[in-house]
Ligand binder design. Structure first.
Ligand SMILES: NC(=O)c1ccc[n+]([C@@H]2O[C@H](COP(=O)([O-])OP(=O)(O)OC[C@H]3O[C@@H](n4cnc5c(N)ncnc54)[C@H](O)[C@@H]3O)[C@@H](O)[C@H]2O)c1
Length: 372
């Protein structure tokens, strides 16, 4: 008779207590180029540009041009971060400068498409904000254009270098928890700061503009496996004033694995952001009151380890997205956050949006655009 039966615990297995241990040392910090220090331009000096520029200043990068169609916004960012930079209101004037090699595009997707194409045609390497594109065809075209021009195009999928996500992905790649069987993302946070901004006009604000980082992490954690089906639904809370649905849930089936995304973007009190990845040999759990305050704990047969991590999403994330592009240019290889790789994350996201709109299960890859 098993131990659990004797103890009156029929149907229960040992919880696998395990003592404290040190977590494995893994490379999770944002990469930095060895010597490549090109002149960089930032196009779009809105809200998120602050975090781009803070990260680049910390990395010692050479930002020489700032552009916003409202030139006062470019001037403000110049005063805050790179006082020597030139400012522009028309990005075509920035892209004419032969000394600029790398362009960071922090525009909304609809305005970004033409600017990205123009940047590649002007022979600049490009870092694109997320969501990268609104149709897979546009993304494929931009990736092909970059290849034809022998340039690199990367997507600012900065969550990949958020310390907790970066460590978890590195641990999974190193085989620390064996074969991944389930991934659960559960977030209760307050996204109502977007009321009255351009974001409020995005119907799938939670699943597309915000959720793309989580679809992207699902794709990272299950890299090499092909998702088979996606089901999603969205809802407005009875008490919300904002237009977009603040509630969303998604279930993704992979062969031998399931991923669930649970979002409530209308929570003021008792916020939490939790990620749990269970594998054949162990579990990785990260939790905290927000996406920038996370504690990772690893459980394996050897014991359990609370893993101390450096950085936050908004510092390491923006350093990582640009750092990886610069390393890829320096090392003459494809960036890990390259455009083609991003299309897998977008395919998952687009399938979820179509499922939420139709109530039907969708196959990733068959939904080629945000609106079918
Ligand atoms: N964690 C993240 O990765 C993260 C967080 C927030 C926003 N974002 C993304 O960044 C992008 C921008 O978001 P934001 O919050 O900075 O928006 P925002 O509206 O604050 O800024 C956009 C800026 O682009 C400028 N602009 C528009 N068209 C232009 C043009 N043709 N030429 C030059 N400037 C132009 C606007 O004047 C504005 O200042 C969005 O795609 C958003 O999803 C990413």
């Amino acid at each position: 008779m098993g131990e659990e039966m004797k103890a009156g615990g029929y149907g229960l297995s040992a919880a696998g207590a395990g003592g404290a241990m040190a977590g494995p040392v893994l490379a999770y910090l944002p990469p930095r180029p060895k010597a490549y220090r090109p002149k960089i331009a930032l196009i779009g000096c809105g809200g998120i540009a602050e975090y781009h520029l803070r990260a680049y200043r910390e990395m010692g990068l050479d930002v020489v041009a700032l552009c916003d169609r409202t030139i006062a916004k470019a001037e403000q960012r110049r005063a805050e971060f790179f006082p020597e930079a030139a400012v522009y209101s028309d990005y075509r004037n920035v892209l004419q400068r032969p000394d600029i090699e790398v362009v960071d595009l922090a525009l909304h997707p609809a305005q970004r498409l033409a600017a990205t194409e123009f940047a590649l045609e002007s022979r600049k390497h490009v870092l694109c904000q997320k969501p990268f594109v609104l149709t897979l065809a546009d993304g494929e075209r931009l990736a092909a254009l970059a290849e034809k021009q022998r340039l690199k195009i990367a997507v600012n999928q900065n969550g990949r270098w958020a310390p907790h996500f970066s460590y978890m992905a590195a641990a999974i790649r190193a085989g620390v928890i064996g074969e991944v069987a389930s991934v659960d993302f559960t977030l209760q946070w307050d996204h109502t700061w977007t009321a009255g901004t351009a974001f409020e006009e995005v119907h799938h604000l939670v699943l597309l503009d915000f959720g793309i980082h989580w679809f992207d992490m699902a794709a990272q954690f299950l890299r090499g496996r092909k998702p088979e089906r996606v089901w999603a639904s969205v809802a407005r809370t009875a008490f919300q004033k904002m237009k977009p649905p603040m509630l969303a849930q998604v279930a993704i089936d992979y062969p031998g694995a399931q991923v669930r995304l649970n979002f409530n973007g209308h929570v003021r009190h008792g916020q939490e952001d939790r990620t749990v990845v269970c594998g054949s040999k162990g579990t990785l759990r990260s939790a905290g009151p927000s996406l920038s305050e996370q504690t990772v704990v690893l459980h394996t047969g050897e014991g359990q380890a609370a893993v101390p991590l450096e950085g936050t999403w908004f510092t390491s994330g923006f350093q990582g997205a640009m750092g990886e592009l610069l390393c890829a240019i320096e090392e003459k290889r494809e960036p890990t956050n390259g455009a083609r790789n991003n299309l897998e994350s977008l395919a998952l996201c687009f399938a979820a949006l179509a499922s939420a709109d139709s109530g039907e299960v969708r196959v990733p890859g068959t939904v080629r655009a945000v609106r079918e």
